[in-house]
Design a protein around this ligand. Structure first.
Ligand SMILES: [Zn+2]
Length: 694
């Protein structure tokens, strides 16, 4: 297949011609591409098999370059389709995407389980004397991932492995369907004003709408988060809070939707799969591709956090009880789980009432971008310039920017920013994705990285610019952190450039690191200016933002520790013959990881979709693991003094030259140590979470 400008979806390189791509082309061109890739893969396999019987050693260029080119062409073309499906969705495009997805996954499976490629990778590794450290790491990761897909298993063993993988996928789907059905299957219709005591207008409207949709009068409560979360927070009706809480924690735990038997089957299957692959348990499989070295290492971190969070969570609960007592509430003597959100909200309002809507005028998009770009230019010695009109876009809201090296003026990267929500055609949430990765094209010319930065904030209305909530500001900084790692990479090998080949539990380092700057006085006060009057954000609001960051921090940390430890123990210690049900194991852990014991009908495991139906099994700890890294990295700046400009600039430069530059070319522990001069410590995260006695 040749590169052709007349086939925008098959161009395979350069910035995509977004507006020229139609659903019809997706239906025609993706099968054409997959046909071509499949025959090229077959040709490569044949060539490799011949090479393997010869005595001449295999070289990197003969194996890794063609393999990368194959993967890159699919990534480029399917990446554009997936991107458009996320940001310019139409029913036709969605159908076209769905129709091709199975074939795309199938090609990935075929390449990922190819014996000739696996054997060639092994042969290449045996000649590692000619390879540099980055190449060795890329090779190790390729081999490991193929092994974890069962490529090394023989005959009946591989059949059993594949059958179990398929069974696992079915069980995961059934598990999440049960959660969904149980969530949707419960409702409570409130009929009198007295039932609504304490609820804000927005929630009343949501409940009234739900009742209208169901053909009822009154207000209909359900177990989905947008309704149950605010209800537990605001409802003054303790009896109703109890009723909804009990329903919420016992979802999918009885009758036809009971997930208990599925939990045991899923855990047992994973254990067997791990053993087929030569590991003792599933936690070892999970950790084989992560930064954390061992189960013991993860447990040690979780225990550090537990020790700091437990007393803080106890004090927080006492403060809530004291607050309830001041209000003369009967439950003050013995708060129950359904009281916690409610009294936390009362106490929060009494201590610092932060109205997130009222802060919007201080955060217009232009001001925030100036603040964000100014910070990055200062820390990382780059220059960010608007380049609207220089790149094809998929919507008139989308902006394009270039990133240059400040000293040399050399072009480093580019990025798209698609900031506003477009209900109906754009997926919710925020993300960074790769448009182009740093590499060389087939002609040998350098390709600069280009990132997609997608947010979903309020669009401008009339003469009013887009005004952001503080959460939206943090989100933009977060995604930009991912973008910086993608764009400022200096790694020459595309397989390890940017975020590629970075371990999953370390990939949130740059993003969460950037969030910290939203609380830095100079950064925040520099950008928070009223869009009409130019006034700075009042000091009292800044103090409220700081207080809100750590409010109930002990309880939040302890909950994450409880979930992470439960996940880890279920996947490392539980066996069908261990004499304990998964539920009993969780309850035993709850004695030291919860302040309020779970109530008897609490069957949280039955709705723990992250680990039983998502990709987080024996990986839930990653949230906290990455936060340790990002907080500790930020503390390097705190240590030199956030007002010490020279020191800050030097530290920022070091961050660019290590974390942002080295990507997946070295182990994350090595990269971290190159920046910090030592191994990571949980001290900064504990301090930032407000868990150190003042
Ligand atoms: Zn992220």
């Amino acid at each position: 297949m040749t590169v052709s400008a007349s086939l925008p979806l098959l161009a395979g390189q350069g910035l995509p011609q977004f507006e020229a791509i139609t659903p019809k082309q997706v239906e025609q061109d993706i099968p054409t591409l997959l046909d071509a890739l499949n025959s090229e893969l077959t040709a490569l396999e044949t060539k490799l098999e011949q090479k393997l019987v010869e005595t001449t050693p295999l070289t990197w260029d003969e194996l890794m370059d063609p393999l990368h080119q194959l993967g890159e062409r699919l990534r480029w073309s399917w990446g554009v389709v997936s991107h458009l499906n996320g940001v310019c969705n139409t029913p036709e495009l969605r159908t076209a995407h769905q129709q091709q997805q199975g074939a795309v996954v199938q090609f990935g499976n075929r390449a990922g389980q190819s014996r000739p490629i696996y054997r060639a990778l092994e042969a290449l590794q045996q000649n590692a004397a000619n390879l540099d450290g980055t190449q060795c790491r890329i090779l190790e990761a390729e081999l490991r991932d193929m092994r974890l897909r069962g490529v090394g298993l023989e005959g009946a063993e591989q059949e059993a492995f594949n059958a179990a993988s398929a069974r696992q996928a079915e069980l995961a789907t059934t598990f999440s369907n049960h959660v969904l059905d149980a969530t949707n299957g419960w409702s409570l219709t409130l009929t009198s004003e007295a039932d609504l005591a304490g609820l804000p207008a927005s929630l009343r409207e949501l409940l009234a709408q739900a009742a209208r949709d169901a053909g009822e009068s009154g207000w209909r409560l359900g177990l989905d988060m947008p309704r149950v979360g605010p209800f537990l927070k605001y409802s003054q009706r303790r009896d109703l809070r109890e009723q909804v809480y009990r329903a919420q924690v016992s979802r999918a735990s009885t009758g036809e939707l009971d997930n208990h038997p599925l939990i045991e089957q899923i855990l047992q299957l994973k254990l067997e799969q791990a053993q087929r692959l030569g590991y003792a348990n599933w936690a070892e499989v999970s950790l084989a591709s992560k930064m954390a070295g061992s189960v013991a290492e993860v447990e040690a971190l979780l225990d550090d956090l537990r020790a700091a969070a437990y007393p803080a969570a106890q004090q927080e609960l006492e403060a809530l009880a004291a607050c309830a007592a001041r209000h003369g509430a009967a439950e003050a003597a013995a708060l129950k789980p359904w009281d916690v959100s409610y009294w936390a909200e009362v106490l929060r309002q009494e201590s610092f009432d932060l109205d997130s809507e009222a802060l919007r005028p201080w955060f217009s998009l232009d001001q925030v971008l100036q603040g964000l770009f100014g910070l990055c230019q200062r820390l990382f010695a780059i220059r960010i310039v608007a380049a609207d009109g220089e790149a094809p876009v998929w919507h008139s809201d989308v902006r394009y920017f270039r990133v240059l090296d400040r000293a040399s003026g050399q072009a480093l990267a580019g990025f798209y920013l698609d900031p506003f929500s477009r209900p109906g055609s754009k997926r919710g949430g925020a993300w960074m994705d790769e448009c182009l990765g740093r590499s060389r094209n087939p002609a040998g010319e350098a390709v600069l990285p280009v990132a997609y930065l997608i947010c979903n904030q309020s669009p401008p209305v009339g003469d009013t610019p887009s005004l952001m909530t503080f959460d939206e500001v943090e989100t933009l900084f977060h995604e930009f952190g991912h973008g910086l790692q993608h764009m400022l990479t200096t790694v020459e090998r595309p397989q390890a450039a940017g975020i590629n080949n970075v371990e999953w539990d370390a990939v949130e380092l740059p993003s969460q690191f950037m969030e910290n700057w939203c609380y830095d006085r100079a950064t925040l006060m520099g950008m928070a200016r009223h869009w009409q009057t130019g006034e700075p954000l009042p000091e009292s609001d800044y103090q409220k933002l700081l207080a809100a960051r750590t409010f109930m921090g002990g309880s939040a940390t302890l909950r994450q520790v409880h979930l992470a430890l439960t996940d880890l123990r279920l996947h490392s210690q539980w066996t069908p013959n261990c004499g304990q049900s998964p539920e009993q194991l969780r309850r035993e852990l709850a004695r030291t990881t919860t302040v309020l014991e779970p109530i008897p009908e609490d069957a949280f495991l039955c709705a723990f979709s992250h680990i039983f139906a998502g990709g987080y099994s024996a990986g839930y700890y990653s949230y906290k693991w990455a936060e340790v890294l990002s907080a500790d990295a930020f503390s390097a700046f705190e240590e030199v003094g956030l007002e010490q400009e020279d020191e800050i600039v030097a530290t920022g430069r070091r961050f660019r030259d290590t974390v942002l530059s080295l990507g997946g070319s070295r182990s994350p522990a090595e990269v971290f140590e190159a920046f910090r001069g030592r191994q990571p410590s949980s001290e900064a995260l504990i301090r930032h979470s407000g868990l150190v006695a003042a």
